[in-house]
Design a protein around this ligand. Sequence first.
Ligand code: 0GY
Length: 320
Amino acid sequence: MEFTKTPGWLDWYAGPSQPRFNLPAGAVDAHCHVFGPGDQFPYAPERKYTPCDASKEQLFALRDHLGFDKNVIVQATCHGSDNRALVDALKASNNKARGVATVNRQVTDAELQAMHAAGVRGTRFNFVKRLADFTPREVLLEIANRIAPLGWHVVVYFEAQDLPELYDFFTALPTTVVVDHMGRPDVSKPVDGPEFELFVKMMREHGNIWSKVSCPERLSLSGPKALNGEQNAYADVVPFAKRLVETFPDRVLWGTDWPHPNLKDHMPDDGLLVDFIPHIATTPELQQKLLVDNPTRLYWNDEALRDGPQHAVQARSSTD
Ligand code: 0GY
């Protein structure tokens, strides 16, 4: 099938630099996507954007170029709840990728089992209005209760101004909950102001809530150029991500977000994004947790699943 990209679409950057920061052995890129290819895995009719293709082979080549060992591939909204491109990538990864799918309430137990066997370990609920249509909370809760016995977690994507309204729903979920991109803080506001404090409170009071400290390129107002007196790109995002890494070292994840859907301003160099990591995780210990220990525990901890959900719950709450 022929697809025409959304007007103004920025394609992913094909010549990423070699990062200066050496990733630790076993590092996981814990947030990235595959798009299509559309002629093999058509984009969903209900999608809000049509991207350029970004295949599993291209993702795995980027992984090797940057020095990552593994990927966590997150279902992108342009594929709706048709997880075939994701599952295809997981199966081709040689156990080097896990997945986060999007499922609706019609999903059968057999389909969930098949996705689990392919490497899916979570489902994503998207509350960003420009990306996904509204789904009633009781339907999402029903899905969360269906996937919990598999040891899966829920990934949530929302914007900071919507957290007050979503807070009670998130904190009542029966699984580990992973927040995309720190809940998209407005980085022009103070890192210790009321908006980000609410996010920190949610993580402090709920040991099952994790955060990806990813997407500086999406959140930054200062952009990819180092500012006067600053040494690094995306400097205005550093205090937010650094605070979470240092406060919750056992519940943070990092990912490139390749192929960077819906960016309007610039397309990042993924090598430069990797060089952002030591500014937010400033010691080898913090880097090891962020890049290796945490994602490995969440996504490759199959012993917990063999012993049943009870064990998985204990594994969850033993962090921090
Ligand atoms: C991201 C961010 C975005 C898009 C999606 O699934 C998606 O379409 O997640 C966005 O547009 O902010 O994490 O990839």
